[in-house]
Design a protein around this ligand. Structure first.
Ligand SMILES: NC(=O)c1ccc[n+]([C@@H]2O[C@H](COP(=O)([O-])OP(=O)(O)OC[C@H]3O[C@@H](n4cnc5c(N)ncnc54)[C@H](OP(=O)(O)O)[C@@H]3O)[C@@H](O)[C@H]2O)c1
Length: 227
Protein backbone atom coordinates (compact mmCIF):
# COMPACT_ATOMS: atom_id res chain seq x y z
CA UNK A 1 0.00 0.00 0.00
CA UNK A 2 1.18 3.51 -0.60
CA UNK A 3 0.41 6.96 -1.82
CA UNK A 4 -1.70 6.99 -4.97
CA UNK A 5 -0.10 10.06 -6.49
CA UNK A 6 3.47 8.78 -6.83
CA UNK A 7 5.20 10.13 -9.93
CA UNK A 8 6.33 7.64 -12.58
CA UNK A 9 9.72 9.27 -13.19
CA UNK A 10 12.28 10.91 -10.91
CA UNK A 11 15.54 12.82 -10.74
CA UNK A 12 18.66 11.06 -9.52
CA UNK A 13 22.43 11.14 -9.62
CA UNK A 14 24.10 8.56 -11.85
CA UNK A 15 27.69 7.35 -11.77
CA UNK A 16 28.72 6.86 -15.37
CA UNK A 17 32.21 5.40 -14.93
CA UNK A 18 34.96 5.01 -12.36
CA UNK A 19 36.69 8.21 -11.28
CA UNK A 20 36.51 11.25 -9.04
CA UNK A 21 32.97 12.08 -7.89
CA UNK A 22 32.82 15.58 -9.39
CA UNK A 23 33.88 14.22 -12.77
CA UNK A 24 31.81 11.05 -13.05
CA UNK A 25 28.50 11.92 -11.34
CA UNK A 26 25.68 13.27 -13.52
CA UNK A 27 22.18 14.53 -12.70
CA UNK A 28 19.55 12.61 -14.65
CA UNK A 29 15.88 13.63 -14.56
CA UNK A 30 13.91 10.88 -16.28
CA UNK A 31 14.49 7.61 -14.42
CA UNK A 32 11.58 5.30 -13.49
CA UNK A 33 10.57 5.47 -9.84
CA UNK A 34 11.19 1.97 -8.38
CA UNK A 35 8.12 0.25 -6.91
CA UNK A 36 7.70 -2.14 -4.03
CA UNK A 37 6.80 -5.74 -4.84
CA UNK A 38 4.84 -8.08 -2.56
CA UNK A 39 7.01 -10.21 -0.30
CA UNK A 40 10.17 -8.16 -0.97
CA UNK A 41 10.39 -6.86 2.60
CA UNK A 42 11.02 -3.45 1.08
CA UNK A 43 9.57 0.02 1.35
CA UNK A 44 9.84 3.00 -0.96
CA UNK A 45 11.24 6.11 0.68
CA UNK A 46 11.03 9.68 -0.57
CA UNK A 47 14.65 10.64 0.04
CA UNK A 48 15.21 13.86 2.00
CA UNK A 49 18.95 13.39 2.63
CA UNK A 50 21.65 10.97 1.48
CA UNK A 51 25.16 10.76 2.86
CA UNK A 52 28.24 10.04 0.77
CA UNK A 53 30.50 7.77 2.77
CA UNK A 54 34.17 6.86 2.23
CA UNK A 55 32.84 3.51 0.96
CA UNK A 56 30.86 5.31 -1.76
CA UNK A 57 33.97 7.26 -2.77
CA UNK A 58 36.15 4.15 -2.80
CA UNK A 59 33.65 2.28 -4.89
CA UNK A 60 33.46 5.18 -7.35
CA UNK A 61 37.26 5.24 -7.61
CA UNK A 62 37.28 1.66 -8.92
CA UNK A 63 40.56 1.12 -7.09
CA UNK A 64 39.48 -0.62 -3.90
CA UNK A 65 39.41 -4.39 -4.24
CA UNK A 66 37.82 -4.80 -0.84
CA UNK A 67 34.76 -2.74 -1.80
CA UNK A 68 32.30 -4.50 -4.04
CA UNK A 69 32.19 -2.75 -7.41
CA UNK A 70 28.95 -2.03 -9.23
CA UNK A 71 27.80 -4.80 -11.51
CA UNK A 72 27.13 -2.28 -14.27
CA UNK A 73 27.23 1.39 -15.24
CA UNK A 74 25.43 3.69 -14.91
CA UNK A 75 24.29 3.15 -11.34
CA UNK A 76 22.77 5.38 -8.66
CA UNK A 77 25.27 5.77 -5.81
CA UNK A 78 24.50 6.67 -2.20
CA UNK A 79 24.51 4.30 0.75
CA UNK A 80 22.68 5.91 3.64
CA UNK A 81 19.42 7.81 3.44
CA UNK A 82 16.80 9.51 5.55
CA UNK A 83 13.33 10.23 4.25
CA UNK A 84 9.61 9.55 4.38
CA UNK A 85 7.95 6.19 3.65
CA UNK A 86 5.61 6.43 0.65
CA UNK A 87 4.98 2.75 -0.13
CA UNK A 88 5.33 -0.51 1.82
CA UNK A 89 5.40 -4.20 0.91
CA UNK A 90 1.68 -5.12 1.01
CA UNK A 91 2.55 -8.20 3.08
CA UNK A 92 3.76 -5.87 5.86
CA UNK A 93 0.67 -3.72 5.57
CA UNK A 94 -1.58 -6.74 6.07
CA UNK A 95 -0.01 -7.65 9.42
CA UNK A 96 -1.93 -6.85 12.60
CA UNK A 97 -1.37 -3.24 13.65
CA UNK A 98 0.71 -4.28 16.68
CA UNK A 99 3.22 -6.22 14.51
CA UNK A 100 3.84 -3.53 11.91
CA UNK A 101 7.17 -1.79 12.20
CA UNK A 102 6.63 0.90 9.55
CA UNK A 103 3.74 2.83 8.07
CA UNK A 104 3.32 5.20 5.10
CA UNK A 105 4.28 8.68 6.34
CA UNK A 106 6.92 7.47 8.83
CA UNK A 107 10.23 9.33 8.90
CA UNK A 108 12.95 6.70 8.60
CA UNK A 109 16.62 6.00 8.00
CA UNK A 110 17.69 3.22 5.66
CA UNK A 111 20.85 1.61 4.40
CA UNK A 112 21.97 -1.26 2.20
CA UNK A 113 24.27 -4.23 2.73
CA UNK A 114 26.29 -3.38 -0.37
CA UNK A 115 27.66 -0.09 -1.57
CA UNK A 116 26.15 2.25 -4.11
CA UNK A 117 22.60 1.10 -4.48
CA UNK A 118 20.38 4.04 -5.02
CA UNK A 119 20.30 6.68 -2.28
CA UNK A 120 21.03 9.72 -4.45
CA UNK A 121 17.57 9.82 -5.96
CA UNK A 122 14.19 11.32 -5.19
CA UNK A 123 12.90 7.85 -4.27
CA UNK A 124 14.76 4.74 -3.12
CA UNK A 125 13.82 1.18 -2.19
CA UNK A 126 15.17 0.04 1.17
CA UNK A 127 14.82 -3.19 3.11
CA UNK A 128 12.70 -2.83 6.22
CA UNK A 129 15.18 -5.02 8.13
CA UNK A 130 17.94 -2.47 7.41
CA UNK A 131 15.81 0.55 8.33
CA UNK A 132 14.72 2.28 11.52
CA UNK A 133 12.41 5.09 12.57
CA UNK A 134 14.24 8.44 12.56
CA UNK A 135 14.44 9.99 16.01
CA UNK A 136 12.38 13.19 16.03
CA UNK A 137 15.27 15.18 17.51
CA UNK A 138 17.42 14.56 14.43
CA UNK A 139 17.06 16.42 11.15
CA UNK A 140 17.00 14.33 7.96
CA UNK A 141 20.58 15.43 7.20
CA UNK A 142 21.82 14.46 10.67
CA UNK A 143 20.02 11.13 10.51
CA UNK A 144 21.41 10.25 7.05
CA UNK A 145 24.94 11.01 8.23
CA UNK A 146 24.61 8.78 11.29
CA UNK A 147 22.66 5.74 10.20
CA UNK A 148 25.65 3.74 8.98
CA UNK A 149 28.75 5.34 10.49
CA UNK A 150 27.40 5.53 14.04
CA UNK A 151 26.28 1.90 13.84
CA UNK A 152 29.79 0.82 12.78
CA UNK A 153 31.15 2.85 15.70
CA UNK A 154 28.79 1.04 18.04
CA UNK A 155 30.04 -2.31 16.70
CA UNK A 156 33.60 -1.09 17.29
CA UNK A 157 32.98 -0.03 20.87
CA UNK A 158 31.22 -3.30 21.66
CA UNK A 159 33.84 -5.40 19.81
CA UNK A 160 36.70 -3.69 21.65
CA UNK A 161 34.81 -4.29 24.91
CA UNK A 162 35.19 -0.69 26.02
CA UNK A 163 34.05 -0.51 29.62
CA UNK A 164 34.34 1.49 32.81
CA UNK A 165 37.95 2.57 33.21
CA UNK A 166 39.02 1.81 29.60
CA UNK A 167 41.65 3.96 27.91
CA UNK A 168 40.76 4.48 24.26
CA UNK A 169 42.77 5.79 21.29
CA UNK A 170 40.77 6.75 18.18
CA UNK A 171 42.72 7.27 14.96
CA UNK A 172 40.68 9.79 12.95
CA UNK A 173 38.47 11.20 15.69
CA UNK A 174 36.75 13.93 13.65
CA UNK A 175 35.08 11.78 10.99
CA UNK A 176 31.73 10.05 10.73
CA UNK A 177 32.98 7.10 12.75
CA UNK A 178 35.31 9.01 15.05
CA UNK A 179 32.83 11.57 16.35
CA UNK A 180 30.40 8.77 17.23
CA UNK A 181 33.20 6.62 18.68
CA UNK A 182 34.22 9.35 21.12
CA UNK A 183 30.70 9.70 22.45
CA UNK A 184 29.92 5.97 22.54
CA UNK A 185 33.23 5.13 24.23
CA UNK A 186 32.54 7.73 26.89
CA UNK A 187 29.03 6.39 27.39
CA UNK A 188 30.49 2.87 27.75
CA UNK A 189 32.60 4.15 30.66
CA UNK A 190 35.98 5.00 29.11
CA UNK A 191 37.86 7.27 31.47
CA UNK A 192 40.56 8.42 29.05
CA UNK A 193 39.99 9.06 25.34
CA UNK A 194 42.70 10.24 22.97
CA UNK A 195 42.40 10.78 19.24
CA UNK A 196 44.22 12.00 16.17
CA UNK A 197 42.74 14.79 14.06
CA UNK A 198 43.59 18.14 12.53
CA UNK A 199 40.35 19.42 14.07
CA UNK A 200 41.62 19.70 17.62
CA UNK A 201 38.99 22.23 18.74
CA UNK A 202 36.14 20.05 17.49
CA UNK A 203 37.56 17.06 19.32
CA UNK A 204 37.93 18.98 22.54
CA UNK A 205 34.34 20.16 22.23
CA UNK A 206 33.33 16.49 22.05
CA UNK A 207 35.15 15.92 25.33
CA UNK A 208 38.31 13.99 24.42
CA UNK A 209 41.11 14.11 26.97
CA UNK A 210 43.83 14.44 24.35
CA UNK A 211 43.67 15.43 20.66
CA UNK A 212 46.84 15.10 18.58
CA UNK A 213 47.17 16.84 15.22
CA UNK A 214 48.71 14.10 13.07
CA UNK A 215 50.19 16.66 10.67
CA UNK A 216 52.31 18.09 13.47
CA UNK A 217 53.10 15.16 15.70
CA UNK A 218 53.37 11.35 15.56
CA UNK A 219 51.09 10.12 18.34
CA UNK A 220 53.10 6.91 18.80
CA UNK A 221 56.12 8.92 19.88
CA UNK A 222 54.35 10.34 22.92
CA UNK A 223 55.66 8.63 26.06
CA UNK A 224 52.12 7.90 27.35
CA UNK A 225 51.40 5.77 24.26
CA UNK A 226 54.78 4.06 24.13
CA UNK A 227 53.87 1.03 26.27
N1 LIG B 1 31.25 6.05 7.30
C1 LIG B 1 30.90 4.78 7.36
O1 LIG B 1 29.73 4.45 7.37
C2 LIG B 1 31.95 3.69 7.45
C3 LIG B 1 31.54 2.38 7.66
C4 LIG B 1 32.51 1.37 7.77
C5 LIG B 1 33.86 1.68 7.62
N2 LIG B 1 34.21 2.97 7.38
C6 LIG B 1 35.66 3.24 7.24
O2 LIG B 1 36.12 3.88 8.44
C7 LIG B 1 37.11 4.87 8.10
C8 LIG B 1 36.66 6.25 8.61
O3 LIG B 1 35.39 6.55 8.02
P1 LIG B 1 34.69 7.97 8.31
O4 LIG B 1 33.34 7.89 7.73
O5 LIG B 1 34.84 8.32 9.75
O6 LIG B 1 35.63 8.93 7.41
P2 LIG B 1 35.69 10.53 7.40
O7 LIG B 1 34.43 11.10 7.91
O8 LIG B 1 36.18 10.91 6.05
O9 LIG B 1 36.83 10.85 8.47
C9 LIG B 1 38.18 10.54 8.18
C10 LIG B 1 39.04 10.74 9.43
O10 LIG B 1 40.40 10.40 9.08
C11 LIG B 1 41.26 11.50 9.44
N3 LIG B 1 42.32 11.57 8.46
C12 LIG B 1 42.22 12.00 7.18
N4 LIG B 1 43.44 11.94 6.59
C13 LIG B 1 44.30 11.44 7.51
C14 LIG B 1 45.71 11.16 7.50
N5 LIG B 1 46.48 11.37 6.43
N6 LIG B 1 46.27 10.65 8.64
C15 LIG B 1 45.52 10.43 9.76
N7 LIG B 1 44.19 10.69 9.82
C16 LIG B 1 43.59 11.18 8.70
C17 LIG B 1 40.37 12.72 9.44
O11 LIG B 1 40.90 13.69 10.33
P3 LIG B 1 40.86 15.29 9.99
O12 LIG B 1 39.53 15.58 9.38
O13 LIG B 1 41.06 15.93 11.28
O14 LIG B 1 41.97 15.51 9.03
C18 LIG B 1 39.04 12.16 9.96
O15 LIG B 1 39.05 12.12 11.37
C19 LIG B 1 37.23 4.84 6.57
O16 LIG B 1 38.31 4.00 6.27
C20 LIG B 1 35.93 4.22 6.11
O17 LIG B 1 36.04 3.56 4.90
C21 LIG B 1 33.30 3.98 7.31
Amino acid sequence: MGLTNLPGRMKCVMATRFGVAKEVLEMVDDVPVPRVSRGSGEMLVQVKACSMTPGDVRMLSGEADLVKKPSQFPYIPGLDIAGVVVEIDPAEDEKPESERKFRVGDEVVGTWKLFGVGGMAQYALVKMELSALKPQILSFVEAASLCNSAVYSMVGVEGAQVEKGSRVMILGGSGGLGTALVQLARRAGATYIACTSTQVDLMKSLGVDCAIDYTKEAWGKRPEFAQ
